[in-house]
Design a protein around this ligand. Sequence first.
Ligand code: SAM
Length: 204
Amino acid sequence: MKLNKIEFMLMNNPARRLMQKSLEFKKFKYFLNRNDINLKGKSILDAGCGSGYSTYLLEKEYSPSKLYAFDLMESQIDLAKKRKLNANFFVGDITKIGVHEEEFDAVFVFGVLHHVPAWKEAIKEFSRVLKPGGVLLLEDMNGDASKFFKKYFGLDHPNEAFFEWSEFTSHIEDNGLQILYQEKVVFEGLRTFLCIKPTNLNNI
Ligand SMILES: C[S@@+](CC[C@H](N)C(=O)[O-])C[C@H]1O[C@@H](n2cnc3c(N)ncnc32)[C@H](O)[C@@H]1O
């Protein structure tokens, strides 16, 4: 679901960039280091990339061999393309990602699924596009937090995406992904996850 005007403004400003770099991306890097996972030179997908700041961080940190990034909103992708990154930006839907299966070593998702009524389909897609041994790094808010921002900040979040963490994590595992690590960001309603697609699915 596309952002309303208030959230578009909140997402495209220096405070959001600071939070993304110094909280969310920092945690992702910590998770990866802790698990001895090195993404330098690997293939990376930035799903729901917004105006591409996260894509910029990924390019700078990992110099990926392949960096794809997409968002539902054309206006976001137009902004992202202006960054002149070595990345393939396209308009796309996270519930039906236009790439081949097992194409990526890592998928990054910064705060997108609370906008997606069919969020379960999106998780299925992450599992489909990851190579065996590939990792999913995901940050999102649960239903309680999403409702709070909807009520007090006028953000437009779909009721269908008001999930609880227990439902969310079960769905990740039901799609063949193993959660290696999860942690709250600032408050319990906001969490970051590191998940892996096992090389042998029979092992989970
Ligand atoms: C809260 S913003 C986060 C943007 C960026 N990832 C960030 O962290 O700054 C959510 C983003 O998800 C995108 N989005 C919503 N539904 C989507 C869908 N079905 N497929 C792809 N992107 C979607 C929105 O257009 C928006 O850019």
